[in-house]
Design a protein around this ligand. Structure first.
Ligand code: NAP
Ligand code: F7E
Length: 355
């Protein structure tokens, strides 16, 4: 039985990866941080299963800022594969806590790689690199493994360090280490302050009368949004190859935030009509003129990544990886899940009742 260690197991990707690896017959170990209230909501359904918790899935307290803890855990667990998914992963927040972001999202990766090197552990290492490395310059799209890096946030810069230290430990010490340069991937388990989940929750909350409107920042930003459940398979595939390389995973499509808003409301039969420009731009329900979306400059970032559009042909060719969920399917899945959670009905039930 192969053993995997996942940092960031309580996050969106960590939870899907855990399900995936358990299904493949792995023994999965995860590092969790101490919180004043539980942070394991995304993996409770696994850990609370008596066949899995402490039999196939083991949780250990730890933190990417604590080298001695990481060294001890690596020695104790002896994993065959390490997936480094832990990070302060919010781009906007990284402008508020730049030093902490560097410490966790940057130096945390070095701590893990050095623990592997010092313990002579024969294991494979996956680093959660990101399309934020590219900086979203329009002239570089579609971005692939050869596109120059130009990070635009403390998060992006911290990830740049992690990218290169991963390459460096591969080249210097022969560690089987791969960077997965992943474009945005979302799901019903996405953190609530990322734009996609903020939008899909708002659709349900507005219908439930719990929220009057949705306030956003840059509506024109373009992202290449895929489904997280598809992307974790690519992470695993990278570690199953004979040689370690870096790969882009993306959908090869790009859409604006505005388009995401329109399609999310469209799922519940609301058509958005836009009026005004810039900070005065507003989205109304075309049927009755109700204000549903406005712009609040507090969500603008000091520097913005304008256009992400990936080209994952290397992963398609060499790993046989391909996204399976379309942009529309992703939006439907997220709105449907938030409708069930917040309103207590599925999209289908809601549309039937409101025919
Ligand atoms: P996420 O939901 O924000 O999860 C982040 C995870 O990191 C959580 O489990 C969190 O634990 C953990 N963590 C944060 N600080 C830590 C620390 N100091 N020590 C140990 N663990 C810590 O992120 P995600 O969307 O799953 O993304 C996974 C990884 O891929 C991240 O590295 C992210 O930067 C990267 N990435 C994400 C995307 C994307 O679109 N989702 C794209 C490219 C790259 P708590 O639960 O305790 O907070
Ligand atoms: O923003 C714009 C915002 O926070 C997407 C992380 O997983 O993907 C993620 O980073 C876009 C940006 O994700 C709001 O300005 C408008 O242009 O959902 P986001 P992100 O910054 O792309 C990359 C690949 C990662 O690696 C990161 O870890 O949407 N936007 N209005 C807004 N964004 C937010 N959060 N909130 C708004 O109100």
């Amino acid at each position: 039985m192969k053993k995997a260690l996942i940092t960031g197991i309580t996050g969106q990707d960590g939870s899907y990866l855990t399900e995936f690896l358990l299904n493949k017959g792995y023994e999965v170990h995860g590092i969790i941080r101490r919180h004043s209230i539980s942070s394991t909501e995304r993996i409770d359904h696994l850990f609370d299963n008596s066949e899995i918790g402490n039999k196939k899935l083991f949780l250990h307290y730890g933190d990417l800022t604590d080298s001695s803890n990481l060294n001890r855990l690596l020695e104790k667990i002896g994993p065959d594969e390490i997936y480094n998914l832990a990070a302060q992963s919010h781009v906007a927040v990284s402008f508020e806590v730049p030093e902490y972001t560097a410490e966790v999202t940057g130096i945390g990766t070095l701590r893990l790689l050095d623990a592997i090197k010092e313990s002579n552990l024969n294991c494979k290492f996956y680093q959660a690199s990101t399309s934020e490395l590219f900086g979203g310059l329009a002239e570089t799209a579609p971005q692939n493994e050869n596109t120059p890096f130009y990070p635009k946030s403390p998060y992006g810069v911290a990830k740049l360090y992690s990218y290169w230290i991963t390459v460096n430990y591969r080249e210097s010490y022969n560690v089987f280490a791969c960077n997965g340069i992943l474009f945005n991937h979302e799901s019903p388990r996405r953190g609530e302050s990322f734009v996609t989940r903020k939008i899909t929750m708002a659709v349900a909350s507005i219908l439930a009368g719990k929220q009057d409107k949705l306030s956003l920042g840059n509506l024109e930003a373009k992202r290449d949004w895929g489904f997280a459940g598809d992307y974790i398979k690519g992470m695993w595939l990278m570690l199953q190859q004979d040689k370690p390389y870096d790969y882009v995973l993306s959908t090869n499509e790009t859409h604006t935030v505005k388009e995401f808003v329109e399609l999310a409301f469209k799922q519940v039969d609301i058509n958005i009509e836009w009026k005004g420009v810039g900070v005065d731009e507003k989205g109304y329900d075309k049927k009755n003129g109700t204000l549903l979306v406005d712009v609040n400059p507090k969500y603008f970032r000091p520097a913005e990544v304008e256009l992400l559009h990936g080209d994952c042909s290397k992963a398609e060719k060499e790993l046989g990886w391909r996204r399976e969920t379309s942009f529309l399917q992703l939006i439907y899945m997220m709105v449907d899940s938030d409708m069930r959670e917040i309103l207590g009905v599925s999209i289908e039930e809601y549309l039937y009742k409101n025919k």
